[in-house]
Design a protein around this ligand. Structure first.
Ligand code: ADP
Length: 541
C-alpha cells in the first residue's frame, strides 16, 4: 500500500525559506580584520538571492561546481546556500592543502568558478597556472579587491551589488548534488565525496536532535571547525535550519580572539578539533576565565581525559563526536542515556559515542571480516551506513572501501560496549604492531596528555628489528616546563596506566607536533622524521 505522503523534496531551499521567513531578525556575526560584521537572516536572504543571480550570470548552470577557498564568515555562508539552492554544487577547498593537492582537487572536480577570500589569494596564485577549467575568480574582501595573476577576476561585493533581492529558486531533486568535499589526503590522493540535498537535510536533523549533537534555536553557535572541512560538521546548515544565531571567527583562531568572541556573542555551543581547544584551555588556565554552561563539541581526533578535565574545570560542558568526510561528517556522538545520568559522564564522554539516529554501525574483524561482538573489549573495524554516509567516492575511485552489502569501511579500529558506545582504538594504519600484538597510539597519547607538564603528545610505531614495531612518543611540554621534564617522568606516569609492553621505547621532546591541514597530528610527517632516527632500545619485558 502506498502512503498518502508526497515526495516533498528534502532540499536546502527549505532551510533558506525557514530562516529568512521565520527568524528574520536573528543575527549572523563574523569577526573581521577590525571589528565585527553583523547582519540578520533577512539581510542574509537578500544577499543569497543577489549572489544566485550573480553566479547565474557568470555562466554557472545546474550541476556546475563552484569552488570556495575561504574561512568561516558570512560570505562563505551565503555561498553555502546560493550555490546549492540554485542547482549548482558547492566545492569547499582547503587553503592549507599542499599546492599539488589543491590543484588536483580543483581539476578533478572541474570547478568552473572559484570564490576566494582576499587573505587566501596567494594560495590560489601558487597553483593558478595549472588550473584547467576555471572560468572566473571572485575575490571576497571588505576593501578593494587584490589583482594579480587571477584572471578574469571579479569582486564579490561589486558582483552582487544592485541585483534583485529575490531569486526564482528552481525545482530541485533531493538526490541532486548540493556540495562536495575531498578527504584531506593523509592517505594517498584526496578522494571526492559528493553530498546531496537530501543527505545534507537529514544530517542537519540528525545532529540537531537531542540524541545527536543537540542544537536549538536559542543557541548561539560558533563553528570553529573550518567551513572548508566536512561542511564545518554540518553546523552552518543545522544552525540555519533552526534559525539559531551564528558566530564566525574567520581566520582569527588565537585563544584571546576566540574567548572575546565567545564572551561578547554569548556563544552557547562551539565545535572544533582538540588542538584548538588545547590552546584555548592553556589561555583559560592562565587568565582564570570561566565559561559556565558553554557546550563544547570535540571531534576529528580523540578527546583526551586531560582536555576533558581542563575544560570541565572552567565550567565547560564537553562532549565528543566521531565521523569523517565520508559521513557528512557526524556519525556518532557521546550522548549519555537517561538511565546513566546519575553516574560520572566522563568515561562516556571519552568514548567516540553512540551512532546518531539515522546511522547504523557494526564492527568487523580486520582480517576475517566476521562480525565482532559488542563487549567493550573485542576490537574490529567500524563500518557504517545510512542516508548521509557516502556509498562511493566521486568517479568511483577506491571502490574497495565499500562492502558488497553497502557499508563504508571506515579504517577506524574500535571496540563497542554493550550499551552501543564505540571507543576508537586507532586508525588501522596508525596501530603500533609490536611482537604480533596491537598497541593503541590513541590510548597512549591520551594517557601522556594527562601528565600535568604535557601540552600535546603523538605516538607512532617505529620499525624495530625484533618486535616489528615499537611505540615512540613525541611530546610537547607546556611552555613553563620546557627543559624541565624527563623521559623517566613520562614513563613513571604511564606505568600504572598501561600494560608494561605498551610503554614507549623512547620519549622525544619537541616544540611542536606536525599537524595536517585540518589540525590533526600528521603521523605521516612524524613517521618520516622518525625514520631518520630509528629506535634501538629493547622494550621492557
Ligand atoms: P582525514 O581522513 O583526511 O583525516 P577526516 O576529517 O574525514 O579527514 O577524518 C576522519 C577521521 O578522523 C576518522 O576516520 C577518525 O580516524 C578520526 N576521528 C574523527 N573523530 C574522531 C574522534 N572523536 N576520536 C578519534 N578519532 C576521530
Amino acid at each position: 500500500m502506498r502512503s498518502t505522503m508526497p515526495d516533498y523534496p528534502l532540499t536546502l531551499q527549505h532551510f533558506l525559506w525557514r530562516s529568512t521567513t521565520l527568524f528574520p531578525t536573528k543575527e549572523i556575526v563574523s569577526r573581521r580584520e577590525t571589528g565585527r560584521h553583523r547582519y540578520t537572516y533577512a539581510d542574509f536572504g537578500r544577499r543569497v538571492a543577489q549572489l544566485a543571480h550573480a553566479i547565474r550570470e557568470l555562466g554557472v548552470g545546474p550541476g556546475d561546481r563552484v569552488g570556495t577557498l575561504a574561512w568561516n564568515n558570512y560570505r562563505h555562508l551565503e555561498l553555502y546556500f546560493a550555490v546549492p539552492c540554485s542547482g549548482a554544487v558547492l566545492h569547499t577547498l582547503n587553503p592549507r592543502l599542499f599546492p599539488e593537492h589543491l590543484e588536483y582537487v580543483i581539476n578533478d572536480a572541474e570547478d568552473k568558478v572559484i570564490f576566494v577570500d582576499a587573505s587566501v589569494v596567494p594560495v590560489l596564485q601558487r597553483v593558478v597556472k595549472n588550473l584547467k577549467g576555471v572560468k572566473h575568480f571572485v575575490v571576497m574582501s571588505d576593501g578593494p579587491s587584490a589583482d594579480g595573476q587571477l584572471q578574469p577576476l571579479a569582486s564579490y561585493e561589486e558582483l552582487i551589488a544592485g541585483r534583485p533581492t529575490l531569486f526564482p529558486w528552481p525545482d530541485l531533486n533531493e538526490q541532486d548534488a548540493a556540495a562536495m568535499c575531498y578527504t584531506s589526503g593523509t592517505t594517498g590522493q584526496p578522494k571526492g565525496v559528493v553530498y546531496s540535498h537530501r543527505s545534507s537535510v537529514l544530517h542537519s536533523f540528525g545532529i540537531a536532535i537531542g540524541g545527536g549533537v543537540g542544537l536549538q534555536e536559542a543557541d548561539s553557535i560558533l563553528a570553529i571547525v573550518p567551513m572548508f572541512h566536512a561542511n564545518a560538521w554540518g553546523l552552518p546548515y543545522a544552525a540555519t535550519m533552526l534559525g539559531a544565531k551564528q558566530v564566525f571567527a574567520d581566520r582569527f583562531l588565537d585563544p584571546a580572539s576566540l574567548t572575546e568572541l565567545i564572551r561578547d556573542e554569548r556563544v552557547t555551543f562551539s565545535a572544533g578539533v582538540p588542538s584548538v581547544w588545547i590552546m584555548l584551555l592553556q589561555y583559560l588556565d592562565q587568565t582564570g576565565m570561566n565559561f559556565d554552561g558553554l557546550r563544547m563539541f570535540v571531534g576529528g581526533s580523540a578527546l583526551s581525559a586531560g582536555l576533558y578535565d581542563g575544560l570541565t574545570r572552567h565550567g565547560i560542558d564537553t562532549n565528543q563526536g566521531w565521523g569523517m568526510t565520508e559521513t557528512s561528517p557526524v556519525a556518532a556522538c557521546a550522548t549519555i542515556k537517561s538511565y546513566m545520568k546519575e553516574s560520572d559522564p566522563k568515561p562516556i564522554r571519552l568514548k567516540q559515542g553512540l551512532p546518531v539516529a539515522g546511522v547504523e554501525l557494526r564492527l568487523s574483524n580486520v582480517e576475517t571480516g566476521e562480525l565482532v561482538p559488542w563487549d567493550g573489549k573485542s576490537v574490529g573495524e567500524i563500518q557504517v551506513r545510512g542516508p548521509w554516509v557516502t556509498a562511493s567516492y566521486y568517479r568511483g575511485v577506491d571502490a574497495d572501501r565499500f562492502t558488497a552489502d553497502g557499508w563504508l569501511k571506515t579504517g577506524d579500529v574500535a571496540n563497542v560496549d554493550r550499551e552501543g558506545y564505540a571507543q576508537i582504538v586507532d586508525r588501522t594504519k596508525d596501530l603500533v604492531k609490536s611482537g604480533g600484538e596491537w598497541i593503541s597510539s590513541v590510548e597512549l597519547e591520551s594517557a601522556i596528555m594527562g601528565h600535568p607538564k604535557v601540552l600535546e603528545a603523538a605516538v607512532i610505531g617505529v620499525p624495530h628489528p625484533k618486535w616489528q614495531e615499537r611505540p615512540v612518543a613525541y611530546v610537547v611540554p607546556k611552555p613553563e616546563f620546557k627543559g624541565a621534564i624527563s623521559q623517566r617522568e613520562i614513563l613513571d606516569f604511564l606505568t600504572p596506566l598501561v600494560a608494561k609492553w605498551w610503554l614507549p621505547d623512547e620519549v622525544r621532546f619537541t616544540d611542536e607536533i606536525p599537524k595536517t591541514s585540518v589540525g590533526k597530528f600528521d603521523k605521516k610527517v612524524i613517521r618520516e622524521q622518525a625514520s631518520k632516527a630509528p629506535v634501538t632500545a629493547q622494550p621492557s619485558e
